[in-house]
Every structure is written in structure tokens, then in C-alpha cells.
Design a protein around this ligand. Structure first.
Ligand SMILES: Cc1ncc(COP(=O)(O)O)c(C=O)c1O
Length: 366
């Protein structure tokens, strides 16, 4: 059975009252539709993961783990110190989370009261809205201009009303758009009473970061993940950075053991293998350009991207193409729903060999 169908079958109808009432914000939530399972072995260009797997150094480090290390609750101090050094911050300015997903929940739990406003541009990473709604926030959404241009003026206007939190993915998913440092500064300056999350899940591919500013900014949280370039999506490791007072507040609302020992062992090994990361990022950037040019040659509109994926507009028939490619074992992400019409597809850039395989398949199926 498909994942979504399985969930629907397992979940009681929320329309019919349970013996114990469900929180109103959850009752009205549009549930997240999990990806199809059985993606292993396919060409996975649908979730912006690393498409070749993590550094071999990660597997070696995991194999060296002892049963005692698995038996004891995680201890974070030494790993925090080393990982903080890697990122050039103090250990007190950093927190781990079970993926950035869970960091979002933590941010809402810490800063958002029911009825507060959470501001987001849309389309963007769907989990911002999801966790804001669970927290009972009012989500104010400013649409991207022409679907793909960041709505700077609209965001600045909305900030004047002092929303509690603003979530920005930089680069943004699914548009691939990037705010440069000047634009980020403008937003932070306009948000003295708003916590601004700059989610740098794709930082390795864009090179633009707000991380050096955390110490001067009383309203900034930066997030990174090991799920994308580093290839550790299965282990779930997010890292949050903020000024000490903000980090302290977040720590109060955090579970005592948010991440596993295995995730930390893997993360340290992944971060230490800078050569692997550098080579993978270089390959993906070359592949992304190859993909853009190849699609343009096929008459497909592509949007400039600073991440490891591209947004493409195939026009009518885009959704059908995604289905046909899936039957051939090539997975892309149909974004028609988000943009309100058929055609928009998000495509992860893997290696150049993978991109060539994709382009050949598109040519044959269109
Ligand atoms: C912008 C953005 N942030 C966060 C995530 C999720 O990160 P994690 O795997 O660390 O939960 C994604 C995944 O697609 C993303 O696109």
C-alpha cells in the first residue's frame, strides 16, 4: 500500500470525535503527505538528498562504534565543542536537533504563543507552515512575485506588524532563489521584534551565510543540516546557531536527548572529510548547469538556482511526465500543487552521469 493511503487508513477520521479531544490546531491541520516508500535503488532526484551517498569515512566511523556507545544515553559536550570549532562558533551558540524539521518545532515551542503571527514567503519549505500551525500560530504568507521572485517589499511591509517569527530558506526550496548578504541585512534590520530563522539547508551549494552575524544579532537563528550535501538524511541531524541568550532559551524547551550518538559520530566524520564535500558540491554545481542547459534545449523553462536542485516549468503535461519517469525508476518532485498549475517540477541535481540519464529519459518520454 502507498504511504499516504496507509496513513489515511491507519488514522481515525478526525471529523468523528475521539474519546479524547485533539488540539484544535492539529484537528485542522493539512497532514504532511510522506514520500512514496521504496526509493532505494532508484534515481532519487525528488528530495534534494545527496545522490551518491555519504563519505566512506562516515561508514568507517559508524562501524567503529561499540555496543557500550549504543547502550548509554548520548553525551554531547565533547562533540558540541568539536563541531562548534568546525563552524567557528562557541559551544554555547549551537544546538543539535533531530533534523531541521525538529528544530522548527523547537523554535515554535520556544517563541510562539497560540495566536501569534508567523511570517513566511510562499512557496517555501512546507514544514514552516506545518509547525507554525501546530503551535496555533496565524500564518501570514507573502507570495513570491511571478511565483519565483522573492517578495522583498511585501516581507518588509509584513515585518512592520512585528510577527513573532519569520522563516526564510536561503536558498529557498523549491524556487532555488538566493538572498544575498545585503538583502538579508535589510530584513534583519527591519525585524527588531521578530525572530528570523535563516534556514541554510543548502548552504554548501550557495556559499552565502548569515552565520557570522549571530553574535551581533538579537533576532537571528541560523540552521544547517547534514541531510543534503553531507548525505546523512537517514540519521537526522540539524544544527542551530544563535546568540547565547537565544540558544539558552531554545535549550530550555529542548528534549534532553534530541539526537543519537550515531548521528553525532556520523556528523563529525562527515564534517571532517572536507575533500569529499568539496568534490561532491563541485560535481553537483557542474551537473546543475548541464541540467539547465539540457532542459532549455528541450524547450523547458528553468529558473536560476543556488541550491542542488532546479525548478523547471514543463507546461501542460508536467505531472504526467513525472509519473512516466517514476515508472522508469527516476523520481522528480511534482510542484504543480504549490504553483497552482500543471508544469512546475523540482529536480535535484545529482552527478553529471545521473543528469545525462535523466535528460535522455525526458527526451524519450515527452
Ligand atoms: C529548506 C529546507 N530546510 C530543511 C529541510 C529538512 O532538513 P532536515 O532533513 O535536516 O530535517 C529541507 C528538506 O527538504 C529543506 O528544503
Amino acid at each position: 500500500m502507498k504511504a499516504a493511503a496507509r496513513r489515511a487508513a491507519a488514522a481515525p477520521q478526525l471529523g468523528t470525535p475521539l474519546a479524547v479531544p485533539v488540539r484544535a490546531s492539529v484537528r485542522h491541520l493539512a497532514p504532511y503527505v510522506a514520500p512514496e516508500e521504496g526509493r532505494e535503488g532508484k534515481l532519487r532526484l525528488d528530495f534534494n538528498e545527496n545522490t551518491v551517498g555519504c563519505s566512506p569515512a562516515v561508514l568507517r566511523a559508524l562501524r567503529r562504534m561499540t555496543s557500550e556507545q549504543l547502550a548509554i544515553y548520548p553525551e554531547y559536550e565533547a562533540a558540541t565543542r568539536r563541531i562548534a570549532r568546525h563552524f567557528g562558533v562557541r559551544p554555547t551558540e549551537l544546538l543539535f536537533s533531530n533534523g531541521v524539521d525538529d528544530a522548527l518545532r523547537l523554535i515554535m515551542d520556544t517563541f510562539v504563543e497560540s495566536g501569534n503571527t508567523v511570517l513566511i514567503p510562499e512557496p517555501t519549505f512546507s514544514m514552516y507552515r506545518f509547525f507554525a500551525e501546530i503551535a496555533g500560530a496565524r500564518v501570514e504568507s507573502v507570495p513570491y512575485e511571478g511565483s519565483v521572485r522573492f517578495p522583498m517589499e511585501g516581507i518588509l511591509r509584513a515585518l512592520a506588524l512585528e510577527p513573532r517569527v519569520l522563516c526564510l530558506a536561503n536558498p529557498n526550496n523549491p524556487t532555488g532563489t538566493l538572498l544575498d548578504r545585503a538583502a538579508l541585512r535589510r530584513i534583519l534590520d527591519a525585524a527588531p521584534r521578530t525572530l528570523v530563522l535563516v534556514d541554510e539547508a543548502y548552504f554548501e551549494f550557495s556559499g552565502v551565510t548569515a552565520l557570522p552575524w549571530i553574535r551581533q544579532r538579537a533576532n537571528l537563528v541560523v540552521s544547517r543540516t547534514l541531510s543534503k550535501a553531507a548525505g546523512l538524511a537517514a540519521l537526522r541531524l540539524g544544527v542551530l546557531f544563535a546568540r547565547e541568550d537565544i540558544a539558552d532559551a531554545l535549550r530550555r524547551a529542548c528534549t534532553p536527548y534530541p539526537v543519537s550518538n550515531a548521528a553525532l559520530v556520523a556528523a563529525e566524520a562527515a564534517l571532517a572529510d572536507r575533500g569529499f564535500l568539496r568534490r561532491y558540491v563541485r560535481e553537483v554545481l557542474a551537473s546543475r548547469e548541464h541540467l539547465a542547459r539540457g532542459l532549455e534545449k528541450l524547450g523547458v523553462r528553468v529558473f536560476p538556482s543556488s541550491a542542488n536542485f532546479l525548478l523547471a516549468d514543463f507546461g501542460p503535461g508536467g505531472s504526467e511526465l513525472v509519473r512516466r519517469l517514476a515508472r522508469r525508476g527516476i523520481l522528480l518532485r511534482d510542484r504543480a500543487g504549490e504553483f497552482g498549475r500543471d508544469g512546475f517540477v523540482r529536480i535535484t541535481a545529482g552527478t553529471r552521469v545521473q543528469t545525462r540519464r535523466l535528460l535522455r529519459a525526458i527526451e524519450e518520454e515527452r
